[in-house]
Ligand binder design. Structure first.
Ligand code: GTQ
Ligand code: FE2
Length: 372
């Protein structure tokens, strides 16, 4: 479109302090457009709202819908070089069809057929896997095979070579979480193929990373496997997560502190070298609500994705409300008030981009209208 036919996109606002619309003013605004310039005074309400008004929307994806579609992809679409992974991403309805669960977070269901391999590659984007059901796949991270089983939370920090192989006779599906949208929107990602030769075929119950790093309150005196920014623990096993949550609720029964709020136990997966988050860009937590419990209504800066692990949860995010059951995933945009309650009791896995905002000093949390 040439400058002569382009309409003046800039609306002259009725706001106090704005000049009358005149031919001179229109000409000025047209010149701004020609020169790819935008004055702040016409945009400020949108650009700098009083509080976050994210484009992303609260949305629920049902596991009962996702799993059969992933299985159908398993029948029709091979896994190999090029496509790399049979991963199907959640696309937030507010983000224009991009494969972004939120502006920063990728969430996908990945599916491997029996005896299938996903080839080795590496990327600077940080990744984790969470297993809502099934077993039989080993993810091999820098040559270290890591078993994936129900309830496990597994890490593939950025720039580690990784491939997956299913050694069993059953297909397996799991949740992938990565900071792909953050890397894509900021133009900060790198990617490299690994060797085409198939990876390590061993299937140990515990990875070398766990044997070195996953002992409560203990770390090796050597720095083997230690990296800045990411946890060296390759897998956080369900038995430990489950026990921590069970213990929190038992302590509550005995009148001792530890739960987040009545009937709500929660743990955060941490980097044992720092006590901080497992990945530079991603926080991961596990929440357990007793039957009949409800969370306070909370909003916070940054976005998150939840997956129900067990039970049935009534979820309210802003104006949206759903009943979510096992495997269901939902996105919570920045600053949207979130409340979760349950009649049956529920376990929920959660991940978020909070570390980004904490690092930048932009984190805020508000519970029941009271800033903390
Ligand atoms: O398993 O390596 O969902 O590289 C997206 C990108 C999974 C993986 C995804 C990936 C992977
Ligand atoms: Fe990958």
């Amino acid at each position: 479109m040439t400058s002569t036919e382009s309409p003046v996109r800039i609306a002259v606002s009725d706001a106090p302090g704005q000049p009358e619309r005149t031919a001179d003013l229109d000409a000025l605004y047209r010149r701004f457009e020609d020169e790819l310039l935008v004055p702040l005074w016409t945009e400020i309400g949108d650009l700098m709202p009083a509080h976050p008004t994210p484009a992303a929307r609260a949305h629920l994806w049902r596991w009962d819908t996702l799993l059969p579609l992933a299985g159908r992809a398993g029948e029709l679409v091979p896994v190999g070089r090029g496509g790399e992974r049979r991963a199907i991403a959640l696309a937030n309805p507010g983000l224009g069809g991009a494969p972004y669960a939120t502006p920063t977070l990728w969430a996908a269901i990945q599916y491997l057929c029996p005896r299938e391999d996903a080839p080795v590659h590496r990327h600077t984007q940080h990744a984790f896997r969470f297993v809502v059901a099934g077993e039989g796949v080993w993810t091999v991270v820098d040559g270290d095979p890591v078993a994936m089983r129900r309830g496990d939370f597994l890490l593939t920090p950025g720039w580690r070579f990784h491939g997956h192989h299913n050694v069993s006779d059953a297909p397996m599906a799991w949740l992938d979480g990565l900071d792909i949208p953050f890397a894509h929107q900021t133009g900060s990602g790198f990617f490299e193929l690994g060797p085409d030769t198939v990876t390590e075929r061993a299937t140990p119950a515990r990875s070398r990373a766990e044997r070195l790093w996953a002992h409560p309150g203990l770390r090796p005196v050597s720095s083997a496997g230690e990296r800045t920014g990411s946890s060296p623990i390759a897998a956080y096993r369900w038995e430990h997560t489950d026990q921590a949550l069970t213990d929190q609720l038992a302590l509550e029964d005995e009148g001792h502190p530890g739960v987040v709020e009545p009937g709500h136990a929660a743990v955060r997966f941490t980097n044992p070298t720092t006590g901080g988050d497992v990945l530079p860009t991603i926080r991961a937590e596990f929440h357990r609500l007793r039957p009949g419990a409800a969370t306070a209504t909370r909003r916070e800066v940054g976005s998150s994705v939840f997956q129900v692990f067990t039970g049935e949860a009534s979820v309210r995010v802003g104006d949206a409300a759903w009943t979510a059951t096992r495997g269901d995933l939902f996105a919570v945009p920045s600053w949207q008030p979130l409340t979760i309650s349950t009649r049956s009791g529920a376990d929920l896995f959660r991940f978020s981009d909070t570390p980004i905002f904490e690092r930048l000093g932009q984190d805020r949390v508000q519970t029941e209208g009271a800033a903390r």
